[in-house]
Design a protein around this ligand. Structure first.
Ligand SMILES: C[S@@+](CC[C@H](N)C(=O)[O-])C[C@H]1O[C@@H](n2cnc3c(N)ncnc32)[C@H](O)[C@@H]1O
Length: 366
């Protein structure tokens, strides 16, 4: 990212923070669904120009947060001299007044004294601490933040963010709030529940079409089913059935509560290795089986994956697609070989701190 100032006359630049590994999928969503022009991706950041700044920007599904871009650089030196650069770029390189006007248009300030917050994130080896970078940001904003504004750690009306990753830095105004990453349907939580943005990316990779029957055979709290339901609402031309189930009754109950306000999903308590579904009745499967760590055990994973893939192969239609996230990718690959599935795509991510792989499989056609 070269250092650059946002141009108020053209649609302003934005950036999104995404779960590391999901950058290409988020970039695809920004370009294809939102009509944005992606400028750069890397290290959990996607920089793009938005076609317009409206609520649609806040309804992206695979991004954790979106921001108005103030400045960015990929020339940090890791040395203490970076602090002066951060101060100077913040003070001089951004048109904060235009950015704040746009921000207030999208996120009207609540009544009363305006509150603000500075957020600094830092990764990598630097000769300064995160709090030094935050101080440099605060110094750069000295003439930007009116004296009447009050700092607040919770629910601030305006958030200035600085994110540093090795020699890269990006600074901007946060447009999204917590509901972008956490959603508002997740009332019930379960151990090992999937991050909604990862679930949204998996649903995207499944390429659902009108009238596709969708299945998550190990649904836990129902995150994949929720994201599929929301994605389905955006598709014109029909909305076929979605099935979900879990071996634990408490999971089925949690999924039912989370899905209640979203639309109809058929839920059942079942064993995913013996599904009560007709052969070749499902077009898309997206699922997150136990990793063998928090749930189940490492020895159990191989036999479970083989048994479940045999059953998924039975219920999938020819040419059907399965999107599966696991940590033990080798075990899944060898299970997929036994049913003759072809791998189409693979995305490496981390789930709850562990390396994991989302893989996309296609069952052979007739
Ligand atoms: C990692 S969790 C799924 C989390 C879910 N994607 C979510 O977002 O909440 C794995 C789920 O698989 C379920 N499970 C394990 N073995 C199963 C089996 N044989 N049949 C059906 N469900 C099973 C567990 O009860 C657990 O809810």
């Amino acid at each position: 990212m070269s250092r650059s100032r946002s141009q108020p006359s053209t649609p302003p630049a934005c950036y999104a923070m995404v779960h590391p590994g999901l950058e290409p999928i988020a970039a695809e969503e920004i370009e294809r669904d939102f009509g944005g022009e992606v400028k750069k991706t890397g290290n959990g950041i996607v920089v793009f120009r938005a076609p317009s700044l409206d609520e649609r920007l806040l309804s992206l599904r695979t991004t954790e947060d979106v921001f108005l871009f103030a400045w960015g650089s990929d020339r940090l030196t890791h040395r203490a001299a970076d602090l002066e650069s951060i101060r100077r770029w913040t003070a001089r390189e951004a048109d904060w007044q235009s950015l704040l006007r746009i921000h207030h248009g999208l996120r009207p300030k609540p009544k009363g004294r305006t509150t603000y917050r500075l957020v600094t994130q830092m990764e990598g080896q630097h000769a300064y601490l995160r709090r030094d970078a935050r101080k440099a940001l605060a110094q750069g904003l000295a003439n930007v933040v009116p004296e009447s504004w009050r700092p607040a750690e919770e629910n601030a009306a305006v958030e200035f963010w600085l994110t540093i990753h090795e020699e890269t830095a990006v600074c901007g105004l946060r447009l999204s709030d917590r509901t972008m990453r956490h959603r508002d349907y997740k009332l019930e939580h379960r151990p090992a529940s999937l991050r909604p943005t990862i679930a949204a990316a998996m649903v995207r990779l499944a390429e659902i079409r009108p009238r596709h029957v969708f299945l998550d055979p190990m649904c836990g709290a129902g995150t994949l089913l929720a994201e599929r339901t929301i994605a389905g609402q955006r598709i014109r031309g029909g909305f076929a059935a979605a099935w979900g189930g879990d071996i634990e009754f408490s999971a089925v109950r949690a999924a039912a509560i989370n899905l209640r306000r979203l639309g109809s999903v058929l839920l059942a308590r079942w064993d995913a290795t013996r599904l009560p579904l007709a052969s070749e009745s499902v077009d898309r499967i997206a699922t997150n089986p136990p990793f063998g760590k928090q749930l189940s055990s490492p020895e159990a994973v191989g036999p479970l994956y083989r048994a479940m893939l045999r059953e998924y192969d039975r219920v999938l239609r020819p040419d059907g697609v399965a999107v599966i996230v696991v940590s033990a990718a080798g075990e899944l690959r060898s299970a997929a070989r036994t049913v003759g599935w072809q791998q189409r795509r693979q995305v490496s991510i981390r789930v709850l701190g562990q390396p994991a792989v989302i893989s996309v499989w296609r069952k052979a056609g007739k």
